[in-house]
Design a protein around this ligand. Structure first.
Ligand code: NAD
Length: 281
């Protein structure tokens, strides 16, 4: 009999998910709990992770919510200790906290189209740029420092980072977020190499275009009609549609499964309805 590589079963695994108060990682946290894992849901937004934990418990699943700032090493050390006490050492770390900031976003795609009063590249707020780089890059590095030490001791573990389409080719208006996610793809390869001899694998997913809290205003006008940016995205996506959040789960489970992806480390998996593959012609 050939042992089939794919069946979703994370029974007993301790899965730590940062940014679990948000749309995508909240769904991932719940899905891991549903697949048998003991989930630690971390977020700056305590109310959101407590709500997620309550929903999971009502379904008979194991999911604890923790308030944690991914940029605060002391808070992470404290949460790490709590997770170890309550659930056990971390087997799988999902570095999900991340995002853009309006202060690091231009109003126009091209300088030559900027109208008086609009925010151009020259008006970008360096504090906003710092915020975005710090949240995405250090917000991945610091939780990895907090939770991967136990993996090194045990000689196994899995880290999954969240990159983006803008890491391959920058998207207009969002230079800092594009650069920060490119750094995440790069850091994923660095971590994969660094930890290769320890039994830890590190990969990333690069979600394509989803409609979510952080980009809704760029994609739809207040009256719900699509913006010109939406038309461009769909024209650049061979499958001609947005990605649904639950379509990320197959890739996430696959990369985090030590049997299915035992020899896979350092990859960034696009889940993008073809966007990254298409030149536009
Ligand atoms: P979201 O805004 O719904 O969730 C992000 C969560 O991170 C929020 O709950 C927020 O409270 C939390 N957070 C922010 N700063 C934090 C901090 N310092 N410490 C702890 N938690 C903090 O975003 P989402 O759409 O679910 O995105 C999740 C991840 O996927 C992010 O890394 C994002 O950059 C990435 N991503 C999203 C898309 C998309 O289209 N939504 C596409 C590609 C990549």
């Amino acid at each position: 009999m050939i042992e089939l590589p794919l069946s979703v079963d994370f029974t007993g695994k301790v899965v730590v998910v940062t940014g679990a108060g948000g749309v995508l990682c909240g769904e991932m946290a719940r899905a891991f709990a549903q697949a048998g894992a003991k989930v630690a849901a971390l977020d700056l937004n305590e109310e959101a992770v407590k709500k997620l934990s309550g929903t999971c418990r009502a379904e008979g699943l194991v999911c604890e919510g923790y308030k944690a700032d991914v940029l605060d090493p002391e808070a992470l050390a404290e949460v790490h200790a709590q997770v170890c006490r309550t659930l056990g050492p971390c087997d799988i770390l999902i570095n999900g906290a991340g995002g853009n900031n309006p202060r690091a976003t231009t109003d126009n795609e091209y300088q030559h189209e900027a109208k008086p009063g609009q925010k151009t590249f020259f008006d970008l707020d360096t504090n906003g740029v710092d915020f975005v780089f710090k949240l995405n890059f250090q917000g991945t590095l610091l939780p990895t420092q907090a939770f991967a030490r136990d993996m090194v001791k045990r000689g196994s573990g899995c880290i999954l980072n969240i990159s983006s389409m803008n890491a391959y080719t920058p998207l207009t208006k969002i230079p800092a977020y594009s650069g920060a996610k490119a750094a995440i793809s790069n850091f994923t390869q660095w971590l994969a190499t660094y930890f290769a001899g320890t039994g830890i694998r590190c990969n990333a997913i690069a979600p394509g275009f989803l409609v979510s809290n952080q980009n809704r205003k760029l994609l739809f006008n207040e009256d719900g009609t699509p913006t010109p940016r939406t038309a461009k995205i769909l024209a650049g996506t061979p499958m001609g549609r947005f990605v649904e959040s639950n379509e990320l789960l197959g890739g996430v489970f696959f990369l985090c499964d030590d049997r299915a992806a035992s020899a896979i480390t350092g990859v960034v998996l696009p889940i993008d309805a073809g966007f990254a593959a298409y030149s536009g012609v």
